[in-house]
Ligand binder design. Structure first.
Ligand code: ADP
Ligand code: MG
Length: 339
């Protein structure tokens, strides 16, 4: 008998789900990104017990057609991409068609959704990627996803989760990142029945930052706005009075997507070396907009890392943008660093 065999479908699905869904915060990230992709401008996130027992994300976006529900929970099914070339023109946050499938293989999902044109909405229960029940309900346009009992069917993964406090802090972290990056959306975040964050739609980035990170933070920021070679960098950077002992307040969004990019962070950090104490980190909320065909967002399942076609050029634009405003704001001579 052959030693090699093809895994059964449930095992394959659980392995794949593990790549995208590590903890409650991964679910919140995927659900909120789906809400934003659906054009929602009002999103409520609620969690209980650090998100381990209960996560709810409600939006007022486009909704899902009842006939499409089972497709939405299948792997590699998406409304955001139709052919390989589209991968290099991505404007949406999602495109891999994996999140709902993955979530439904590691938890019990309930969805309520209604599109603009549908007469009524639908309510469905989904487990292991399959619709257990689906019925008509009355509900407003938009989608509510409820995710219960994370990893109920993968005890090992459940054991790896941290305390409720740690997990809920991770969820807060994601909510703050997404909320900061979405000026035109109001967010409400409820943790164990307590409202933690409640923002309104805003036209002004500084007051948006103020409403999320507070007065002390926002009063120590300098605006940056620089464009060269089709790369536009804008947002806010801290002065020499605002810094942290870690990189928790460094936010970079590329074409609206929150990303972690050590090279770009270090371009910014270099300029603070002589102005803030040793082992302290500047804070910033920076947006970089560039032609989507010059970046590859498909290098990691969680899409938090991206690749640039010309990284040096992007770093150079960031460098110039920082230099232009930081030194004048601190009234000190400008310094140069090798990119
Ligand atoms: P992706 O976001 O990569 O397309 P998902 O598995 O996250 O994959 O979602 C599958 C599809 O389900 C989406 O392409 C979208 O059409 C639909 N969908 C998911 N969440 C929502 C939502 N909140 N509102 C409207 N449609 C949604
Ligand atoms: Mg998605």
């Amino acid at each position: 008998m052959s030693k090699i065999r093809i895994l059964d479908n449930i095992t394959i699905q659980k392995i794949a789900a593990g790549e995208v869904i590590e903890r409650p915060s991964s679910i919140v990230k995927e659900l909120v990104e789906n809400s934003l992709d659906a054009g929602a401008d009002n999103i409520t996130i609620e969690i209980k017990d650090g998100g381990k027992s209960y996560i709810r994300v409600t939006d007022n976006g486009d909704g899902i057609d009842g006939d499409d529900l089972s497709l939405a929970f299948m792997r590699h099914s998406t409304s955001k991409l139709s052919k390989a070339e589209d991968l290099y023109k991505i404007k949406s946050l999602g495109f891999r068609g994996e999140a709902l499938a993955s979530i439904s293989h590691v938890s019990r999902v309930e969805v309520m959704t209604k599109t603009k044109d549908a007469l009524g909405g639908v309510n469905a229960l989904i487990e292991e990627g399959k619709i257990l029940s689906q019925e008509s309900i009355g509900c407003p346009k938009g989608t509510t996803m409820i995710v219960r009992d994370l990893f109920y069917n993968i005890p090992v993964r459940k054991d790896f989760l941290k305390s409720d406090l740690t997990e809920s802090n991770q969820v807060s972290d994601i909510v703050y990142k997404v909320a900061l990056g979405s000026l035109k959306t109001s967010f409400k975040f409820i943790k164990d029945n307590k409202i933690i964050l409640n923002t309104s739609k805003n036209n002004n980035m500084k007051s948006h930052i103020y409403s999320i990170l507070g007065k002390d933070f926002s009063k120590n920021l300098t605006e940056i706005n620089f464009e060269e070679n089709g790369v536009h960098v804008y947002g806010y950077i801290s002065n020499n009075k605002l810094y942290r002992s870690n990189r928790s307040h460094q936010y970079i969004y590329i074409n609206g997507r929150y990303v972690v990019d050590k090279s770009l962070s270090s371009v910014i950090e270099n300029h603070y070396k002589s102005t803030i104490p040793l082992n302290r980190f500047p804070c910033f909320i920076i947006f970089l907009d560039l032609d989507p065909s010059n970046i590859d967002v498909n290098i990691h399942p969680t899409k938090q890392e991206i690749k640039f076609a010309n990284e040096t050029q992007v770093m150079e634009v960031m460098n110039k943008g920082i230099k232009e405003v930081l030194y004048p704001s601190l009234s000190i001579p400008s310094m140069d660093f090798k990119i």
